[in-house]
Design a protein around this ligand. Structure first.
Ligand SMILES: *Cc1c(COP(=O)(O)O)cnc(C)c1O
Length: 351
């Protein structure tokens, strides 16, 4: 296992694939000229303005400035992707030589880390969380070797719902010599502040966040990666030049005015109500604590409960065939009315 001697300095060239280091990225027309002029004859666009005839800004400058203010992170540390899926795929393509390097991840967790590994021909090593879904840093470090380039962590974790132990995360950030990808898709629902403010301290850290959950923009596909300017430059060189379209860039700027904290407060109140109501129901065997906008519950016959809810017009996520989640269903926190319906239907269920 490699370790960081000096946590504030990192030789990225040792971790990046040679073809990526040598890459001459595609140069767009807007790379060659960036000012504002009257007449654009440089990109073979159709000149008749219908609002969409021009290519989008490949660097999403206005959007990054706005997100920079919201998140308190410099623009140079922000990468914007077509959903979190894009940076998840890109880190494999940048840091892992197929058939050579490997990734270590917690389990159970979000399925895309493995899918992206499989697509890229990268070995994916799962390390089970404890029975209470707690994180043990040493077992993760023990699964890594000299070819481990990526470590995938998710906090609050999906599907378990819990924030991972901060001390253990800090231990991994200093103890692991590769890139640590910490997925904070649900951090707005947690009381924990997450690691966005710690980017300066950990040059090997990539924090993933998304506009798909708390911000309510899953349909627009906007994922965020926060990291050192060096890592952000790498992600930017490898992405499709126009990965975020004109409509999304424009619409997101207006939607970021919405009362996200207000909606999150409502959902957290609803989560509390569900966490109180669910353990009282005969059909529910166990309710796991949650720092996210969903709750993992265990039942005796998950498929029966799932089908029964479908009959009643409610769809939840059956996670019972996932190792570590045997018997478990994942319930997203909905509107007050939706949650009442869910509780009523579960209450009426024969055991
Ligand atoms: C939902 C979710 C995301 C969001 O993915 P997008 O591609 O941004 O919609 C990312 N990570 C986890 C763990 C999730 O559950």
């Amino acid at each position: 296992m490699r370790t960081n001697d000096n946590p504030n300095v990192m030789d990225l060239t040792k971790l990046v694939r040679k073809n990526i280091l040598a890459l001459a990225p595609y140069s767009t027309a807007r790379d060659e000229y960036q000012g504002e002029l009257d007449i654009y004859l440089d990109a073979n666009e159709n000149p008749f303005n219908d609002g969409y005839n021009r290519y989008p800004d490949p660097y999403q400058k206005r959007l990054k400035e706005r997100l920079s203010r919201i998140k308190g992170v410099d623009s140079s540390r922000i990468f914007i992707g077509n959903g979190s899926d894009e940076p998840i795929d890109l880190v494999y393509r940048i840091f892992c030589e197929p058939g050579v390097h490997n990734a270590v991840a917690i389990a159970p967790t979000y399925g895309m880390y493995r899918v992206a590994a499989d697509i890229n021909g990268v070995e994916y090593r799962e390390v089970m969380l404890r029975d209470d879904f707690g994180l043990d840093a040493e077992t993760l470090l023990a699964a890594a070797d000299g070819n481990t380039r990526l470590l995938f962590l998710c906090s609050p974790n999906n599907p378990s719902g819990n924030v991972l132990c901060r001390k253990a995360l800090e231990r991994l950030l200093t103890g692991f010599g590769g890139i640590v990808v910490l997925d904070e898709a649900y951090i707005d629902f947690a009381d924990d502040p997450g690691f966005l403010s710690q980017l300066d301290r950990y040059p090997n850290l990539i924090v993933l966040q998304t506009l798909s959950k708390a911000w309510g923009m899953a349909g627009l596909r906007l994922g965020l990666a926060f990291a050192s300017p060096e890592i952000v430059r790498l992600l930017t060189r490898v992405k499709y030049p126009y990965n975020i379209n004109v409509v999304t860039q424009k619409l997101v700027l207006t939607l970021l005015d919405k009362d996200m904290p207000g909606q999150v407060e409502t959902l957290k109140r609803e989560r509390t109500k569900l966490l109180e109501a669910l353990p009282e129901l005969p059909v529910i065997r166990k309710v796991y604590p949650s720092d996210a906008n969903f709750i993992l519950v265990r039942v005796d016959e998950p498929r029966k409960v799932y089908d029964r809810l479908i009959e009643k017009g409610i769809v939840v996520r059956d996670r019972s065939r996932i190792r570590g989640c045997e018997g478990c269903l994942r319930l997203t926190v909905g509107t007050p009315e939706e949650n009442e319906r869910l509780i009523a239907e579960l209450k009426a269920m024969p055991v």
